[in-house]
Design a binder for this molecule. Structure first.
Ligand code: FES
Ligand SMILES: [Fe+2]
Length: 384
């Protein structure tokens, strides 16, 4: 049985979060620590919405398949012979074995390693060997057509595969609209992946990472060197429907990352106009503006209330792909920024064991508007 959010977090704390006033509270601590809340969130946030499931460029050819987890549910994306990428529940229809356990390519069919049921790349069951006895694949009352892989509702926008597990989310274009409206004529058609990073597992709830991403208040404190060129005063807040975040407009000319001679001194830093956008629930999309604008997409996968896996892909919009040395320098800069943010996220997680902060703390009305907007979307989703 699904518990109500008030039962999990406490009636008073939920009321406190929802209370009107200039100074807003954050989500009660149970939202970051409770197993019950985690289950509720998997269902009502990740399964019930359009959620980022993966990157289409990782399945470039027919016969490519890539497994993943979304909302606690095993899924698999398969590139079919017809050129379409479909997403399925990643379970064999015979006894429920997880079908694909690592990325693979060149498949003509997907064969279960347990009793060798075989599925076409479009999900159809092709073969259930010896199901009715030796050499007997057909059995009365068993229809192959009823036992194909179960498809999950999915849509691909640019390089990004979105999935709605429970099938009940609204129109996909409506979901995308706030982001599309915001980015206007940013030309994503030319986006080429130039760097991929698997940062591993952070010991923090996924929401701490998103909240941190959506607020600039910490930037001068946590990233005094790595983001030395992004002063707090130049930031602004973003909140529109299911889109939240912040942006920064560097006064004067748009800067670029520092020139190569500076990199040699280890002084590469962010000094660039940018958007940090979250399309609820977890499409983290950031843009760094320069002559060769870059788009980052970050995929946070919650593993438990206190553990999150993080990957990111960096795209360049047009222009020449930077050389290996430059990409290595970016990777290093990203790793440094990530470590600085993760240290804070892990300490937030530790702090939430204290009863002194069970009401969620408070938010700056100037700088944590996007962050609070995200928390409101979480609360609305789990209350539904
Ligand atoms: S569980 Fe897959 S063939 Fe038996
Ligand atoms: Fe940060």
């Amino acid at each position: 049985m699904t518990l109500r959010v008030e039962t999990i977090l406490g009636e008073n704390l939920v009321a406190g979060f929802n209370a009107a006033g200039t100074i807003k509270k954050g989500l009660p601590s149970g939202a970051y620590t409770s197993d019950d809340f985690f289950r509720l969130e998997q269902e009502k946030v990740f399964q019930a919405n359009w959620s980022l499931a993966g990157f289409a460029h990782e399945l470039p050819s027919p016969g490519d398949a890539r497994p993943g987890m979304l909302g606690g549910v095993p899924i698999v994306a398969i590139h079919g012979h017809d050129g379409r990428i479909r997403v399925f529940h990643n379970v064999c229809r015979h006894r429920g074995l997880k079908l694909v356990d690592k990325p693979c390519s060149g498949k003509k069919r997907i064969t279960c390693p347990y009793h060798a049921w075989a599925y076409g790349l479009d999900g159809q069951l092709l073969m259930a060997p010896h199901f009715g006895g030796i050499g007997k694949r057909e059995v009365d009352g068993f229809d192959y057509a009823d036992h194909g892989l179960k498809e999950v509702r999915s849509e691909i926008w640019q390089d990004w595969i979105f999935v709605n597990i429970d099938g009940g989310a609204g129109d996909f274009q409506e979901f995308l609209a706030p982001l599309k409206d915001y980015i206007g004529d940013l030309n994503l058609a030319t986006a080429t992946p130039i760097l991929e990073m698997d940062s591993g597992v952070v010991n923090a709830n996924w929401k701490f990472l998103t909240e941190n991403f959506a607020e600039p208040y910490h930037v001068p404190v946590v990233h005094p060197e790595t983001a030395a060129g992004q002063p707090l005063k130049d930031h602004y807040m973003i909140k529109d429907r299911n889109l939240v975040g912040c942006g920064i407009n560097i006064e004067g000319d748009l800067h670029d990352l520092q020139p190569p001679e500076e990199k040699a001194n280890g002084r590469l830093c962010l000094d660039i106009s940018a958007w940090y956008l979250v399309l609820f629930p977890h499409f983290n999309f950031f843009v760094y503006f320069s002559d060769d604008t870059h788009v980052y997409v970050m995929l946070n996968t919650p593993l438990s209330p206190s553990q999150t896996h993080q990957r990111r892909v960096i795209y360049q919009l047009g222009g020449e792909v930077p050389d290996q040395e430059t990409r290595d320098a970016w990777r290093k800069l990203n790793e440094d920024v990530i470590r600085e943010d993760w240290d804070m996220a892990e300490r937030l997680q530790e702090g939430r064991a204290s009863p002194a902060i069970s009401d969620g703390g408070i938010m700056s009305p100037a700088w944590e508007v996007g962050e609070h907007g995200f928390d409101e979307l979480i609360m609305a989703a789990v209350s539904r």
